[in-house]
Write a protein that binds this ligand. Structure first.
Ligand code: NAD
Length: 499
């Protein structure tokens, strides 16, 4: 059995806390490795190395820092197959999906190569007589990030690429369920020329997270994961005086108008609802057809498609649409929620409950489920299931459909399928959700825009990647300078006003 490590100051370091977690191959249900769970002393050791390395990294000119990121991109491309294989092995997603996970992170690294431009400050010549004023963006120091299991490559890169491009040191606490790819990323970044101590990986659970939250040297915390943990980290981190941004759970609605192309809508729901076994924060988990006729036409197209989905291990290649869910506990939670859906009166039109894969009986596979006639009061509507379960809520009017998305406590993403520009525009303008798709079911913004939801899907005020990341990972300092030739004689006792 493999014993995974931390990655501290340029070396793989064994855990010393004596606590470990099991890492599974979700397709077989076998434990394939153990991961150490750090205590506060191990976290502190990483902070000491980060502190020692950070100042000199911050003083490297931004263009030279960007060159290290360029080389990192090359190495990510070189090792794409290896990274995808390791990712699928611990997470369960298919190889094309695992490559997508790496690529959407890599794209943020590419964006951050623009750091020299993005970090340029502002300058006002002659803000007053003989006075110039300028502002600059400076690094924060030692920063940290806590990431979820579902994108073990992409989300760490969304955080550490801008943090490091801005001159910070970064400590990553990845998910304990699939920690191998984050460790590989740290090694690759150093191979690209990153100094030791600038990117470290400290594995762990709540104890390691609490050590980050209460460490007085750590300046900022980025978190992505479920909403209850996001709320805890945001409240605790802010109370500790840190800069914190937390991204939480989701329940994304897709509205299907009567004029939508039903084949396109059904295909979109298939990929967005069941891709990655529904383990995406931008997955569509609620379909809202407008009008019973639309709902009936949609169901006619959707049911056979859902029934035909191929579920299996990533090793089966293109014969598989989605793989297992991440753990036995995740599978049990999905099955429990499906049962509440039945008990509370929803109609299970595609029943994945008895799904069984020969040779993989101990794997964490969940068959595809489709519910119709779901209502707002049901648990399967209120809670994030994070599995291959799509709920259909029939709305009678566009306003009712819009109201559903507006009233839900989550506000990460949403989509509308229609041919009518007025309706699409009205939807995009009025809905209180962060990311909107118009005939696009998973509207994940590209690296040079920002990513973030609204309502209980986010805590904090800056989004991930794009220009917001450069604001989050820097502090602004503004200098007002007057040279002796501009000085007046005598003291000034009232607040200075520029003339
Ligand atoms: P999770 O909240 O269980 O874990 C996320 C991180 O928090 C992990 O590193 C974990 O070790 C740590 N953690 C877990 N319990 C903790 C505790 N009690 N105290 C402190 N830290 C703790 O989330 P997950 O299951 O890994 O990921 C799935 C969730 O992430 C879903 O809710 C999904 O919607 C969400 N997600 C959101 C986004 C987004 O951008 N909004 C993106 C991806 C995933």
């Amino acid at each position: 059995m493999q014993e995974l490590t931390h990655y501290i100051n340029g070396a793989h370091v064994k855990g010393t806390s004596g606590r470990f977690a099991d890492v599974y191959n979700p397709a077989t249900g076998e434990i394939q490795a153990t991961v150490p769970l750090a205590n506060a002393a191990e976290m502190d050791q990483a902070v000491v190395f980060a502190t020692a390395a950070q100042q000199s990294w911050a003083s490297v000119n931004p263009q030279r820092r960007a060159r290290v990121l360029m080389k990192f991109v090359d190495l990510l491309n070189r090792d794409m197959e290896k990274l995808a294989e390791a990712l699928s092995h611990e997470h369960g997603k298919t190889i094309p999906d695992a490559k997508g996970d790496v690529i959407r992170g890599l794209e943020v690294v590419e964006y951050c190569i623009g750091a020299p431009q993005l970090l340029k400050g502002e300058y006002t010549d002659s803000a007053g007589p003989g006075i110039d004023m300028y502002s600059m963006r400076q690094s924060l120091g030692v920063t940290a990030g806590i990431t979820p299991f579902n994108f073990p490559a992409m989300i760490p890169m969304w955080m550490f690429a801008p943090a490091i491009a801005c001159g910070n040191a970064f400590i990553l606490k990845p998910s304990e369920r699939d920690p191998s790819v984050p460790l590989m990323l740290a090694e690759l970044f150093e191979e690209a020329g990153l100094p030791k101590g600038i990117l470290q990986v400290v594995n762990g659970d709540k104890e390691a997270v609490d050590a980050i939250l209460h460490h007085d040297v750590i300046q900022s915390i980025g978190f992505v994961g479920s909403t209850p943990i996001a709320e805890y980290i945001y409240a605790t981190g802010c109370a500790e005086g840190k800069r914190v941004q937390c991204f939480g759970g989701a329940k994304n609605h897709m509205i299907i108008m009567p004029d939508a192309d039903m084949d396109q809508a059904a295909d979109a729901l298939l990929g967005a609802g069941y891709g990655a076994a529904g383990e995406r924060c931008m997955a569509i988990s609620v379909a809202v057809p407008v009008g019973d006729d639309t709902a009936d036409r949609l169901m006619e197209k959707l049911i056979p498609r859902v029934e035909a989905l191929k579920v299996g291990p990533y090793t089966a290649g293109s014969d598989v649409d989605y793989g297992p869910v991440v753990t036995a506990a995740a599978k049990a939670n999905i099955e429990r929620l499906v049962q509440t859906g039945i008990d509370q009166g929803a109609k299970l039109v595609v029943d994945g409950r008895n799904f069984n894969l020969q040779g993989y009986e101990d794997g964490f596979f969940v068959g595809a489920h489709l519910f119709d006639n779901v209502t707002k009061d049901m648990d399967i509507y209120k809670y994030e299931i994070f599995g291959p379960v799509l709920s259909t809520v029939r709305a009678q009017t566009y306003e009712e459909a819009l109201g559903l998305a507006m009233d839900h406590e989550y506000g990460n993403g949403t989509a509308i399928f229609t041919r009518d520009g007025d309706t699409a525009r009205d939807f995009a303008n009025r809905v209180n959700v962060g990311m909107i798709g118009i005939n696009v079911p998973i509207p994940v913004p590209l690296a040079y825009h920002t990513f973030g939801g609204w309502k209980k899907s986010v805590f904090g005020d800056l989004n991930q990647h794009g220009p917001d990341a450069f604001k989050f990972y820097t502090r602004t300092k503004t200098v007002t300078a007057r040279w002796p030739s501009g000085l007046k004689e005598g003291g000034e006792f009232s607040i200075p006003i520029m003339e």
